[in-house]
Design a protein around this ligand. Structure first.
Ligand code: PLP
Length: 475
């Protein structure tokens, strides 16, 4: 009878199986449909009761591979333009596997000097990569939502201190409400932390110049004047998820200085504009923010999950996140304790994948990839402009092309329905993936390019699939 406990010998068998299956999957990624037509049924077929007796490691994983593969979405492949989802480079994947194999807990120095040291190294490398000021610190998070949470928690604490309240100790009830101001570009993942931080989603006021969501700087300034010196948090958006457009971050930094505000910038993907001389001007002013968010699992192409929270003064993170327990290092312990800078206590050693990426490909590798994506974006936008039935809805200045299918004589409602149908048809078709959004009151497509494997032929295929499916809908 099989032993109920694992055996050490299983590692070799299991890792060899996973290695060969992974290589097969990754080698075929360019050819696979983004989603197999039977994906939903395949996923549902996995539902079963808890096994009373296990089948053993190799058998279990073989079964997962056999029964589960058709339910994956090849979001790591070159033809996934939905949301903003990167793939993984060989170096990042290898380093991430190593992180799992070594199973390092990157919370305290005692639990992993390697995990802690690598994280400190990559935070410094990333600060340099994104041309942020020396001395700015930070921490790795599970993604941009949690990086926004960290940066906004720091901002909340800073505002509290200006009102004489230590919010982390005394709670929000001890101080006046904190105003939060942004533009219409503010991402849902910067609003969600408002609920988590007790500030409330409704606290976010958006100042919009028009229905595109662009920041109305004058209206923002008027609102700040009315605060009469009370602190506020400004959220600047470096990369609107619909169009890739940027808030005027420099102007927001001027206002933050003039009126005494904490400036947080959500640059989940847009901060990568700062890695190329071609695009850095778009993200001008980010270096003046008090806190910034960026994702590594998007444009850096490291596997899920990995985000980065930069904070000019990391003490503001520590004030929120320090753990007090007798069995843990004291807050004044000389060794760094990264659990004291973020919401998690036990943490995956996410720095491995970033270290592997930057060591393998360097600053140049990131710049070349970003510039290739800028060019592919322009190519796609040109294709849209040249197609008589398509309408480009916003300038494509970074990595997103916002457009829709247009048809003469159709009402706005009919056009919305047509584009919704087109979005659904693209996902069902599966050769490429791109999703719909609402932009300026219109239903639109907004493909985003962040995968290092994406080539001209993938972008051309996207355009031809959109046109082909669009033509069938119009009939
Ligand atoms: C601007 C922006 N901020 C935040 C997020 C949320 O990122 P994550 O899913 O890593 O939490 C996204 C995701 O697309 C984004 O585009």
């Amino acid at each position: 009878m099989k032993d109920a406990l694992p055996s050490v010998g299983e590692f070799k068998e299991v890792l060899e199986l996973v290695r060969s299956e992974s290589v097969r999957y990754l080698d075929n990624l360019d050819e696979r449909l983004v989603r197999e037509p039977n994906a939903a049924e395949t996923a549902e077929a996995l539902i079963e009761p808890l096994p009373e007796v296990g089948s053993g490691a190799s058998a279990a994983l073989s079964e997962l591979i056999e029964r589960g593969m058709d339910a994956t979405v090849t979001s790591a492949g070159p033809r996934f333009f939905h949301y903003v989802i990167g793939g993984q480079t060989p170096a990042a994947l290898g380093a991430d596997w190593l992180a799992s194999a070594l199973d390092q807990c990157a919370g305290t120095w005692v639990s992993s000097p390697l995990g802690i040291q690598l994280e400190q190294i990559v935070i410094e490398w990333l600060r340099d990569l994104f041309v942020l000021p020396e001395g700015m610190g930070g921490v790795l998070t599970s993604g941009a939502t949690m990086a926004n949470f960290c940066g906004l928690a720091a901002g909340r604490q800073w505002c509290g201190e200006r009102m004489g309240v230590d919010i982390a100790q005394a709670g929000l009830a001890a101080c006046a409400p904190i105003p939060i101001f942004s533009s219409g570009y503010v991402h849902a993942a910067a609003v969600k932390p408002m609920a988590m931080l007790g500030l409330g989603r409704d606290a976010v006021r958006r100042f919009e110049r028009d229905d595109s969501g662009k920041l109305d700087v004058e209206a923002l300034e008027s609102a700040l004047k009315e605060l009469n010196g009370a602190p506020a948090i400004l959220i600047g958006n470096a990369g609107d998820v619909n169009t890739g457009d940027f808030d005027p971050i420099s102007a927001m930094a001027d206002l933050a200085e003039r009126y005494g505000c904490w400036l947080h910038v959500d640059g989940a993907f847009g901060l990568f504009a700062r890695t190329s001389p071609e695009s850095i001007a778009l993200a001008d002013g980010c270096e003046r923010a008090h806190s910034l968010t960026v994702d590594a699992h998007k444009w850096m192409n490291v596997p899920y999950d990995c985000g980065i929270s930069f904070v000019r003064d990391p003490v503001m993170l520590a004030k929120n996140f320090t753990l007090f327990a007798d069995y843990l290092p004291a807050p004044n312990d000389p060794h760094p304790m990264l659990s004291n800078l973020c919401a998690e206590s036990s943490r995956r050693a996410r720095a491995f994948a970033i270290w592997g990426t930057l060591k393998a490909y360097g600053r140049e590798g990131i710049r070349v990839m970003v510039e290739k994506h800028l060019e592919l974006t322009r190519r796609l936008a040109r294709g849209v402009e040249e197609a008589p039935e398509l309408e480009l809805l916003a300038p494509a200045q970074l990595n997103i092309v916002c457009f829709r299918l247009n048809a003469p004589g159709r009402s706005p409602e009919e056009l919305d329905a047509l584009n919704t149908e087109l979005g659904e048809a693209i996902l069902t078709d599966g050769r490429v993936f791109a999703g719909t959004t609402r932009y300026r009151g219109m239903t639109a497509l907004r493909p985003a390019i962040v995968n290092w494997r994406t080539r001209e032929k993938d972008v051309d295929l996207l355009l031809s699939v959109v046109r082909e499916l669009g033509a069938t809908l119009k009939v």
